[in-house]
Ligand binder design. Structure first.
Ligand code: ADP
Length: 271
């Protein structure tokens, strides 16, 4: 007997109950979808609010400094104002770059992937940040397991995400501290730990640090020029690689970000 025939022979009451259950399940699914869309809209509204406020503040600081520059005559004062304008416009540039990156990842959530050897990415990052580390009397260490498997990745995007974690670690670690990058693997994944001995993140802040524009108060005190978009970009990038990121931290002791990326499948030879 076919499914249709079976349904035909069900008592009318049962058929009605089944139809009702289906309608209820459909309504529930629609409600969940609506709630998600609403949440997305609220988040977008919040992001736009913060963004407009940040841009407005930055531009008014620049405009005020330009206005004062026009009126000051002492070379020292002019130099100081020029320095402030330079700092604010560099921050503005960083903010716009981060906004463009995050919206590109939202609009085009796919990369071209190929097998990438992470040891060479890590070496490039360490070379790139060594000067900054030395300038702040920080130790930057790299440990990579021998025969670390390749991962399927877009090298440019992955390089940017890992650089961001290392840059944060250096920024939020006071002089004489250490930033350590460690790459290991298990059966399915490559694990990348970026560990620092820095200011740490309070437990209450931990659930929010991947949210766009969220900055913990101890970070705002330590460095006033972060955009608060870096970790949102890192998380999105890692997830688009099929990976995940988690964080452990103790205030005043340090932080570890662990990135997990799936190992690239080894092509099996065709017999
Ligand atoms: P930001 O531009 O402020 O660094 P991110 O999105 O990169 O923005 O990071 C969000 C927040 O997470 C930071 O403002 C800071 O509070 C916290 N954070 C990120 N990395 C670290 C770290 N290594 N040590 C301490 N706090 C960190």
């Amino acid at each position: 007997m076919s499914k249709h025939d079976k349904e035909k022979h069900q008592p009318i009451k049962l058929q009605r109950q089944n139809a009702l259950d289906e309608i209820l399940a459909y309504a529930e699914a629609q409600q969940t979808e609506l709630a998600l869309a609403q949440e997305h809209t609220n988040m977008l509204r919040e992001v736009l609010n913060t963004l407009s406020h940040d841009l407005k503040t930055l531009l008014s600081v620049i405009n005020t400094n330009v206005y004062l520059l026009d009126r000051k005559t002492s070379p020292d004062q002019k130099q100081r104002l020029l320095g402030q304008i330079r700092t604010q416009s560099q921050y503005l540039e960083r903010l716009i770059k981060d906004i463009l990156t995050i919206s590109r990842l939202d609009v085009m959530p796919c990369f071209s992937l190929s097998p990438v050897k992470l040891d060479s990415v890590a070496n490039t990052i360490v070379n790139q940040f060594q000067v900054i580390a030395e300038a702040h009397a920080l130790r930057l260490e790299l440990e990579v397991d021998k025969n670390l498997p390749a991962v399927m990745a877009n090298e440019i995007e992955l390089h940017r995400a890992l650089s961001n974690l290392v840059e944060n670690a250096l920024y939020y670690t006071p002089s004489t501290g250490t930033v350590n990058i460690r790459m290991t693997s298990d059966v399915t994944s490559v694990l990348i730990d970026v560990r620092d001995t820095g200011i740490g993140i309070a437990e209450a802040d931990l659930p929010y640090i991947f949210t766009p524009f969220y900055r913990a108060s101890n970070a705002r005190e330590a460095d006033s020029h972060g955009t608060g978009l870096g970790l949102a970009i890192v998380k999105k990038t890692i997830e688009l690689h099929g990976g995940s990121i988690e964080v452990r931290s103790h205030i005043g002791k340090g932080t570890v970000f662990r990135v997990r990326l799936p190992i690239a499948a080894i092509p099996t030879s065709v017999a």
